[in-house]
Design a protein around this ligand. Structure first.
Ligand code: LLP
Length: 413
């Protein structure tokens, strides 16, 4: 469900016609819908209402302060993977006590910052990290609440680049090793076992791998409790997929069933780390047609957004629908929609059938809210896009378009 609809032949974000935004701000510009963001958060929370659940929005999916602040106000916690993300959460008014810190490569500085902030727990990914966490916590005379991210070794049936729960991935710790680490932690005074964590992958379009992972992790949680470890939290990560084109991911209700059924009867606080499902379909990337060209019978439409603005198609061969904002009548033609970046993979949409497009026409790259702006770069010295939040009372800029001076901030000649 999202709030990007055609009204009288013009694509709108809620009640705002997209050309109105492009006229003022230019392109490329990310446009988010507040109603969509809020609805997604509400629907997901409602689906887990029957259990003691903390939603920790995964900041990496889209880290704009306005969006973090919106989720903080809705009661969300946050899943972070760096000191930078922690700083963003604090800046946006998020509560550090509702923060979980994931990631395989936390530095001492990052561990210290998070300990000082008093986060809910560290999701630890290796034995060496656990020992660093103990040492850093002791140097601050604190105890670090932790979960080990276990690797349930299930096939998430998603794109190989975003699967993380298989034995061969760099993420997580096998169950056998994890048990030994929890045992060791009893003798390490800087540590406090708080829970168990897993995350099997992203853009999951089937519920069965989720259920399988939760069953395994819940069994492990029970075993830990049986050993007398003081665990209270079970973090099942994020990963629920969305519809970009024809995918049919489980509904939020089906997903909640897959997570909650294996936990029936367990006394546990459930933590979820949703990213894409909250923000993916809540934004479009607005771009303008620059040139049409044809070469050896192949047609290209060159637009002013490129792989630096939206990396997913180039990096994962990801599909995003591309729609003209004011569709013209006429014959459709199949063409590649490409950006201005000097790389052959700078293709935003391959072989797309589009109605006639003229120079200067606006197009919307759909479902661009997750891993869109947060993965944008300034490659080719292209300032990153502006970001706009549309709400019931109109729209506002939530990040200005970068200026050339921003490109070389910190550099010297
Ligand atoms: N928790 C952990 C530990 C994660 O690694 C991730 C995503 C999430 C939660 C949130 O997952 P989500 O609910 O968004 O699926 N850049 C890729 C996706 C990378 C996902 C990385 N981890 C993409 O554009 O498809």
């Amino acid at each position: 469900m999202n709030s990007f609809h055609d009204k009288r032949g013009v694509l709108h974000a809620e009640d705002v016609p997209l050309p109105a935004i492009a006229e003022v701000l230019g392109t490329p510009t990310y446009v988010y819908s507040q109603a969509t963001l809020e609805r997604h958060f509400r629907v997901l929370s409602d689906a887990f209402r029957s259990a003691d659940t903390l939603l920790c929005y995964s900041v990496k999916a889209c880290s704009n302060l306005a969006i973090l602040s919106l989720f903080a106000q809705a009661g969300s916690g946050f899943d972070i993977v760096s000191g930078g993300e922690l700083a963003r959460v604090k800046q946006a008014g998020g509560d550090p006590k509702r923060v979980v810190f994931s990631g395989v490569g936390k530095t001492d500085d990052e561990l210290r910052q998070a300990l000082k902030a008093g986060i809910l727990m560290f999701n630890v990914e290796s034995g060496e990290e656990l020992h660093r966490l103990d040492a850093v916590a002791r140097s601050l005379r604190k105890r670090a609440p932790f979960s080990i991210r276990v690797n349930p070794d299930v096939d998430p049936k998603t794109h190989k680049y975003i699967a993380t729960g298989l034995k061969t991935s760099k993420f997580g710790v096998p169950f056998e090793d994890a048990m030994a680490l929890y045992e060791q932690s009893r003798r390490l005074p800087g540590l406090l076992a708080r829970g168990v964590d897993c995350h099997i992958g992203s853009q999951l379009t089937e519920a069965s791998p989720v259920r399988e992972a939760v069953e395994k992790v819940a069994g492990f949680y029970v075993a830990l409790k049986g050993q007398g470890l003081p665990v209270t939290h079970l973090d099942v990560g994020g990963g629920l997929g969305i519809t970009y084109t024809k995918e049919q991911p489980p509904s939020v209700t089906e997903y909640a069933k897959a997570v909650l059924e294996p936990l029936r009867g367990l006394e546990v606080r459930l933590v979820l780390e949703p990213g894409r499902v909250l923000v993916g379909n809540a934004a479009v990337l607005l771009t303008r047609a620059l040139y049409r060209k044809e070469s050896s019978g192949k047609r290209f439409l060159v637009v002013d957004a490129g792989m630096n603005d939206l990396l997913r198609p180039a990096l994962y061969e990801a599909h995003h629908d591309i729609r003209p904002v004011r569709p013209r009548r006429g014959k459709t033609t199949v063409q590649d929609i490409v950006g201005p970046v000097c790389e052959s993979t700078d293709v935003l949409g391959a072989s797309r059938a589009l109605p006639p497009i003229e120079q200067g026409d606006l197009l919307a790259i759909m479902s661009a809210g997750a891993y869109g702006m947060s993965m944008a770069s300034t490659y080719n010295s292209r300032p990153r896009p502006a970001e706009v939040l549309v709400a019931a009372d109109g729209w506002r800029v939530v990040r200005q378009r970068e200026r050339f001076e921003d490109l070389w901030r910190g550099e010297t000649t």
